[in-house]
Design a protein around this ligand. Structure first.
Ligand code: FE
Ligand code: FE
Ligand code: ZN
Length: 285
């Protein structure tokens, strides 16, 4: 059975996110650990009773623990040391908090090397991971595949591999990849015409088991555009047939899927129902 949810706002609290996703038939959800558009710089710890109520709610219903998304203001490979330290300290605080929701995923953008070059960027990102991860943690930290705007790292599978390789061996088990379908297409991988080939390439370079979550988005731009503008499912250049291949692919279908399409809750509910219907149809065949 397809496990799918969408991005939700934390406004209203943690338990409320569980209730909202259940109300539209979803199995899991994604949220920002703090307001992505600046505002409060430091991580404000949520009310522990509210977080525990969410944990109980999800556990009782057999739902999947959510995916926490780091704010866009983090840049672990910035040339500015202050920005790097802020990103590292904040991420550590958030990962400590996530122990209250064991089994969580935590996704971040590898960042922009801002002109220093890929080698320096890769070193900074893995240095940060070596600082914020610890042995025995209950969260898996995911590097997101990126579209490759500007100096963004993580556009190519090779860059992801290099970051993971520099993480201490004892910590590497807590590191995975979040495969964003809009970004991967915008990055120039042909998931429309040759999904099998792209996944074989990912397996060869990174290892297919590193993929722990999918951001399921259509793209407003053609393949290899390096733009990163998400479209509703079936309304972009990826299109519905390719999206169907993705959610039913044997290497991917058991992973949790997260919609980040331009929708409010009601629109997300429609996409969840549509995709669950297609996945169930394919399972019967
Ligand atoms: Fe993201
Ligand atoms: Fe994404
Ligand atoms: Zn995106």
């Amino acid at each position: 059975m397809l496990k799918i949810g969408c991005h939700l706002s934390t406004e209203g609290g943690y338990l409320s996110m569980g209730e909202r996703i259940a109300s539209v038939g979803g199995d899991t959800f994604q949220y920002f650990t703090k307001n992505p558009k600046g505002g409060n710089r430091n991580f404000k710890k949520p009310d522990p009773a509210d977080v525990e109520a969410l944990r109980v709610f999800l556990t009782e219903r057999g739902m999947t623990m959510p995916l926490a998304h780091a704010p866009y203001t983090y840049n672990p490979c910035s040339a500015n040391e202050e920005v790097r330290r802020y990103s590292c300290d904040s991420m550590h605080d958030e990962l400590l908090f996530l122990e209250a929701l064991p089994g969580s995923l935590y996704n971040f953008h590898p960042g922009c090397h801002t002109g220093q070059g890929v080698d320096v960027g890769v070193d900074y990102i893995s240095d940060m991971l070596n600082h914020v991860l610890w042995d025995g943690m209950h969260t898996t930290v995911l590097l997101e595949t990126m579209a490759g705007k500007g100096t963004e790292l993580g556009r190519s599978f090779e860059e992801l591999r290099r970051i993971i390789d520099r993480v201490d061996e004892g910590l590497r088990g807590s590191v995975g990849v979040c495969f964003d379908t809009c970004h991967v297409s915008d990055a120039g991988y042909d998931i429309i015409g040759d999904l099998d080939g792209v996944l074989r390439e990912f397996d060869r370079v990174v290892g297919i088991d590193r993929i722990r979550a999918i951001h399921l988005n259509d793209s407003m731009n053609p393949p290899a555009s390096r733009k990163d503008r998400h479209a509703k499912i079936g309304e972009g250049f990826i299109g519905f047939p390719a999206i169907t291949n993705i959610i039913t692919h044997p290497c991917l279908r058991d992973l949790p899927f997260y919609l980040e399409t331009p929708n409010e809750l009601e629109g997300y509910g429609k996409e969840i129902a549509l995709l669950k219907g297609v996945s169930a149809e394919c399972e019967q065949k």
